[in-house]
Design a protein around this ligand. Structure first.
Ligand code: 6R9
Length: 653
């Protein structure tokens, strides 16, 4: 990883810079002095952020650091749900809208902070009646409906850690998570709406809990009205048990380090890791990042994280961060193409969304669909755009800025992980002159570095691994039930540092560019080539909508590059034009990066396999490329996609 290759240097010498709009800069929540202030004493700076929350008992020590185990705001007590809801009602903000919710079929609900308080109190009373106590885990397997937020907050209120399992995960995946964290209660719904049809959830729960003897109760929200199987001894309807409860509830205060949630995430092995987050530090981190990075003015802004709550982005930037800041958010149940491909733009227009946060993969989907879908809508309310989930290629960044942001909205490309709890590397919208494709700099109070194999920081202009060198409040507190794996996975590669698993480059100005997971770095004939780099080259070709590149095993070169490509406007039917395009693309990559990066094989395919959080499942594509049995597909959004790709592979694409 010493010398950047040609394409990467092209990326790094990307000369476009976008300065903050002056009016935004002037009024921004984060002003230029913030970095110096935080650098002078990062822990004190975080304490200042923590003081914006409401604590029943103040902390005695801000940080206890027994590497790799951190405790923040030790001795402090608070209740996360009270911080997210009750204190705003107490401050006279009960009438402020917490959520403009929209169901996929077009039904809507407006939920104020006063409404939310009552809903959470009722749910907390109901969970108590069902035997949930502090410290006992609750699994939540729900569609994107307000009850999902209510269930999470009710758990937080009771000190019962939740584990939200994405509603599209299989029964197997759900069972594994319930067993791993020993959940006794499952909260679910009959189903939710996706792509214009009800999609069932309860049957998967039935299958999952059949093998979970610890599960006492299944609480079911009625959303679609589908028929559901019923076990009288175990299942209860939400409307039967929650609706009749008192709408007040006295909240207990918990230690700052009380577990708040466990979120499972896939690592390099087959078994997902239960990432543990706790209360005071996490809430401090997500509320501070939300306020400063998205520049949220809660009295006037409408904020929309267009992600699923079953993903960490939903936890931190739909639920905990925005609510801690008394923000008005949009929450949407369904897919962006239902009933039409302009659904999101209707929503932005209808609720006058000011800040939109989404993933590059979605942006590239919109690119594929074409800007005409956007042009009929008034998006002038937007003033800030965010990106998360994977490196954003400059083309998508520029497209986002131009077609969605009307060339006036700053883009914050935010790097973080399930493990980090909240954003760590990001521009600040009123301060940073951004570069398309770069996540730029550590957030105030965060110490990060790009290091080489030997753990020493690289010089500007070089690549290496991203590490975090000091503890931060939102950091994971461990892997549920496996402290050794925690140490081993994150703290053993570079001494004293958190190893994120991402490759990064430091440019000549000292700004950080994320290059994707290091396990996605290919080694072709001894040359290191980043998958992102080849993808970047492919996506730069006018015909390409999206590209995923994997390193396949190759007897001669170690690894060989295999690219899976979706084409703008779809693949033409006649094989000849497909073949011509493949030749053209290989030459294009060779031209952009060099002959070494020329893919051995390029497959034109209608779709790429993605997780529900929008990440391309390169692991599966590697299996396909290597002609292996497919590994775990439980996290896949649409399992039929891989088989379609496999078929193309064997028939020669
Ligand atoms: C929030 C979230 C974490 C991994 C992370 C990295 C990739 C996320 C990114 C990004 C480049 C960004 N990632 N944001 N890469 N630029 N702005 O996505 O969490 O699902 O745990 O994924 O996603 O590779 O290591 P999670």
């Amino acid at each position: 990883m010493s010398e950047p290759s040609d394409a990467l240097s092209a990326l790094l010498h990307e000369s476009r810079r976008f300065s903050p709009p002056p009016e935004l800069a002037q009024r921004a929540n984060a002003q230029p002095g913030i970095y110096a202030e935080a650098n002078a004493d990062p822990v004190a700076w975080w304490e200042e952020q923590a003081r914006r929350l409401s604590w029943a008992t103040p902390w005695d020590r801000a940080l206890e650091w027994d590497l790799p185990f951190a405790k923040w705001f030790v001795g402090g007590k608070l209740n996360v749900a009270v911080n997210c809801v009750d204190r705003h009602v107490d401050a006279g903000l009960g009438e402020r809208v917490a959520f403009h919710w929209e169901g996929e079929p077009g039904d809507t609900r407006t939920i104020t902070y006063a409404d939310l308080q009552k809903m959470v109190c009722r749910a907390a009373n109901a969970l108590t009646e069902l035997g949930v106590t502090a410290g006992e885990t609750v699994a939540i397997y729900m569609p994107m409906i307000p009850e999902t937020v209510v269930a999470m907050l009710a758990c937080a209120r009771l000190g019962a850690p939740h584990t939200v399992v994405f509603g599209g995960f299989s029964a197997d995946a759900l069972r594994g998570r319930i067993l791993d964290c020993d959940a006794r209660t499952v909260i679910t719904a009959d189903g939710g709406y996706r792509r214009g049809a009800p999609s069932a959830l309860k049957p998967a729960v039935d299958v999952a809990v059949a093998d979970c003897p610890g599960v006492r109760r299944v609480l079911v929200v009625r959303r679609t009205g589908q028929d559901v199987g019923w076990n009288d001894a175990r299942d209860v309807w939400w409307h039967d048990v929650v609706d009749r409860q008192a709408d007040t509830h006295t909240a207990e205060m918990f230690d700052s380090e009380h577990p708040l949630y466990i979120m499972y995430t896939s690592g390099t092995t087959a078994k997902p890791k239960g990432i543990l987050h706790t209360s005071g530090g996490y809430l401090t981190h997500v509320s501070a990042t939300h306020r400063l990075i998205f520049d949220v003015k809660p009295e006037s802004d409408v904020f929309w994280t267009a992600a699923d709550i079953g993903w960490v982005t939903g936890h931190s930037y739909i639920v905990y961060g925005p609510l801690a800041n008394a923000t008005t958010s949009v929450m949407y149940e369904g897919t962006p193409d239902t009933p039409g491909r302009d659904r999101w733009w209707q929503i932005v227009e209808r609720y006058k969304v000011n800040i939109l946060y989404t993933a590059p993969t979605t942006i590239r989907t919109f690119m594929k669909w074409g800007p005409e879908l956007i042009e009929g809508h008034d998006l002038s309310s937007l003033r800030l755009l965010g990106s998360v989930g994977e490196p954003i290629n400059p083309e998508a960044w520029i497209w986002y800025r131009h077609h969605i942001g009307g060339d006036r909205c700053p883009i914050v490309d935010t790097w973080w992980q399930t493990e980090t709890g909240g954003i760590l590397i990001t521009p600040l919208p009123g301060i940073t002159a951004t570069k398309p494709g770069a996540a730029m700099v550590p957030f105030p109070g965060i110490s990060a570095a790009v290091v080489g194999e030997d753990g020493t920081p690289v010089k500007p202009g070089n690549g290496g691994y991203l590490v975090i060198t000091q503890p931060w409040p939102g950091m994971l507190r461990g892997i549920w039930g496996d402290p050794e794996r925690y140490r081993e996975t994150y703290w053993s590669r570079f001494e004293g540092c958190y190893f994120a698993g991402d490759g990064a480059k430091l440019d000549e100005d000292g700004d950080i560019w994320l290059l994707g997971r290091v396990d996605d770095v290919m080694n072709v004939s001894g040359h290191r080539i980043s998958t992102t780099e080849v993808e970047h080259a492919l996506v730069g070709h006018p015909s390409v909508a999206e590209a995923a590149v994997v390193g396949a095993n190759d007897a001669t070169t170690g690894q060989a590059i295999v690219a899976f490509v979706t084409v703008k406007g779809g693949v033409a039917d006649d094989p000849a034009s497909g073949e011509r395009l493949v030749v053209d693309l290989r030459d294009h990559v060779a031209r952009e990066i060099g002959p070494i990066a020329k893919p051995r094989q390029i497959l034109l395919t209608p779709e790429l396999p993605k997780t529900r959080s929008g990440k391309i499942m390169r692991r599966l594509l590697r299996d396909v490329a290597d002609n292996r049995e497919l590994g775990d597909v439980t996290t896949l959004l649409d399992p039929t996609v891989v088989n379609a790709i496999k078929d193309r592979m064997t028939t020669g694409g």
